[in-house]
Design a protein around this ligand. Structure first.
Ligand SMILES: NC(=O)c1ccc[n+]([C@@H]2O[C@H](COP(=O)([O-])OP(=O)(O)OC[C@H]3O[C@@H](n4cnc5c(N)ncnc54)[C@H](O)[C@@H]3O)[C@@H](O)[C@H]2O)c1
Ligand SMILES: [Zn+2]
Length: 374
């Protein structure tokens, strides 16, 4: 069990993984606590290796580096580097340069990597931490909403091969995740709203009460209200922590529920033309298709789709895809990792707060669900 000190304005969620357990700390208006929190959590910290997205260097990584070097307590050596923004940075080349950078900076087994950025930086820097001397500790400081509620929690790290996303990586849990809602103030609107799709996902798959809370508080979230966001991030991380705690390495199948809407979404992203839809936008549409499929299969009723549609709309995300075409989407879905022996598998809702993994789904039903979401 990890100690949980009391601080107002800071919410905590524990990811329960035995000796690999760690805390997610979520604050609003307390960005200046990062250095203290890192020192408190990693008592023997002597060398910090900050790896930051260049877009958040000035606003967030730079001040964190300064604070780590000057906050009272043990003297800490701080090394910092930046990585170009965007998915192409999740590459073998970038991975190699970062490992060489750590060596140049005199890093050793006790150095601690601190990832400051969105999912790209978290995945990349986490994998660098997993690999250097077979694994050094790392801290996640996620700066996008998607990274705060999804990618920074759960220990999946990795990079892409040309044409094969997330093909190389490791399960490597962070020692601490530090989330501050103020960090989102610099994030463009579209990226921010896109992250809300994953928040809605947790309501549907795991937490009916939270879903109802989202229905009442969607406007506050769209406005990035600090306390509302802190609560939404806390509930989302709690759901992800529960799932990850049950199925750390995706072996029992429980972790698959996090893929609600994603079999459709991945196909939409792969065919919609690069960059035309953000991940969360595709997930919103994918959840709509999955809900329709569940209704057609008699697993749930139309009321579920009505509530989900209203909430997605209230979060200013898309609920339909005008040119959704089963003839383009289905072949891509058949190539998805989750296809077993040519049969499509889906995470489908039975009621708000509960989903089931269903294999053996008839392609005609999938076709119908896609067409109904146009
Ligand atoms: N490990 C996991 O479990 C997991 C889960 C989901 C997604 N992912 C990965 O996450 C990645 C996507 O993450 P993402 O959506 O955070 O994208 P991202 O890291 O590319 O960030 C999106 C954009 O926002 C910019 N940015 C980040 N924070 C900002 C801030 N505070 N202010 C202004 N600009 C900011 C970045 O420079 C970038 O241009 C993908 O590579 C995906 O594979 C991993
Ligand atoms: Zn997702």
């Amino acid at each position: 069990m990890v100690a949980t000190p009391q601080e107002p304005n800071v919410s905590r969620v524990e990811v329960p993984l035995g000796t690999r357990s760690y805390l997610i700390e979520i604050s609003s208006g307390e960005a200046n606590r990062f250095a203290r929190a890192i020192k408190a959590s990693i008592g023997d910290l002597s060398h910090a290796l900050i790896i930051a997205d260049e877009a958040v260097d000035t606003a967030w990584a730079g001040p964190l580096a300064d604070a780590l070097a000057t906050t009272s307590g043990n003297r800490i050596r701080v090394s910092k580097t930046t990585v170009p923004s965007g998915e192409p940075s999740k590459s073998i080349n970038q991975f190699q340069s970062l490992l060489e950078w750590i060596l140049d900076e005199g890093g050793d087994r006790r150095s601690v990597v601190i990832a400051v950025g969105g999912g790209v930086i978290g995945d990349l820097a986490g994998y660098v931490a997993a690999a250097f001397t077979r694994g050094i500790r790392f801290v996640q400081v996620p700066t996008t909403l998607l990274a705060m509620v999804d990618s920074s929690v759960g220990g999946k790290t990795g990079i892409n091969l040309p044409g094969a996303k997330n093909m190389v990586g490791a399960f490597w849990q962070p020692s601490l995740v530090l989330i501050e809602t103020d960090v989102l103030s610099t994030l463009p609107d579209r990226s921010y709203l896109s992250g809300l799709a994953e928040v809605i996902k947790y309501g549907v798959i795991d937490d009916a009460e939270f879903f109802a809370w989202l229905e009442s508080n969607a406007a506050a979230l769209v406005d990035r209200d600090g306390p509302a966001l802190r609560y939404a991030i806390q509930k989302s991380c709690q759901s992800k922590a529960n799932v990850v705690g049950d199925d750390e390495r995706e072996t029992s199948g429980r972790r698959a529920i996090l893929n609600y809407g994603h079999t459709f979404a991945h196909a939409i992203e792969a065919t919609a033309g690069y960059g035309s839809l953000l991940h969360g936008e595709a997930v919103s549409i994918g959840m709509q298709m999955a809900a329709r499929l569940a209704i057609d299969l008699g697993l749930t009723d139309a009321a579920l789709l009505d509530r989900q549609t209203a909430l997605i709309k209230a979060c200013k995300l898309p609920t339909t895809l005008a040119d959704a075409d089963p003839d383009t989407l289905l072949p891509v879905m058949m190539r998805d990792k989750k296809v077993a022996h040519g049969k499509l598998r889906f995470i489908l809702p039975t009621k708000i707060g509960h989903v089931e993994l269903r294999g053996d789904i008839d392609q005609q039903a999938v076709r119908k669900a896609i067409l109904a979401t146009r």
